[in-house]
Design a protein around this ligand. Sequence first.
Ligand code: CA
Length: 221
Amino acid sequence: MRILIVEDEENIRQQLGKHLQGQGFAIDLAADGEEGLYYGREYDYDAAVVDLGLPKIDGIDMITRLRKEKRSFPILVLTARGHWQDKVQGLEAGADDYLAKPFQMEELVARLNALIRRTAGYASPVLIQGDLQLDTAKKEVRVSGGAVELTAYEYKVLEYLMLNPDRVVSKSELTDHLYDQDFDRDSNVIEVFVGRLRKKIVPVDLIRTVRGQGYRFVAES
Ligand code: CA
């Protein structure tokens, strides 16, 4: 999952970035609204965290423009404590949730995870497909009740595919959502991750290869 963070306070921006990276997210950092707008237009994020008081283009303006341009990823805004009008304005501009400063990192992560899975159409943090269960909060995978040991990247691939069922996901889309822009990408490693994943979640045959296009996670109805 790839997250855009738009925050002008260097300290908070770096702390947020570090913490979210530690939670397995790929992160892009923007220090003002202009940079945020550029990133938001350029990449397809799984979610964004946007401070409202920003230099160059303020947060409300930035969100309004992104929404007008049909950028639909979920946005969580950061507001100053006690400024309830900011929350209303943020939501009305197209944000999906808010958090007042100062906030706890754990709460921010929990809210981001909830936004991402709600956007994908899941109400529960545990994604279930047949015998396969993926707990997005605990980052645990089970097949027929038994725990499956996955590496961080194998987990990320599976989570992304399960959150985007029944459509073809290309290798480049996967690399876009698994790595931030500074990462040296190699889409061949995706094949390796998927190959290992398939072996580990046998007998669940839910990840199909679509020749020349990518992968499709088959949801059981
Ligand atoms: Ca600010």
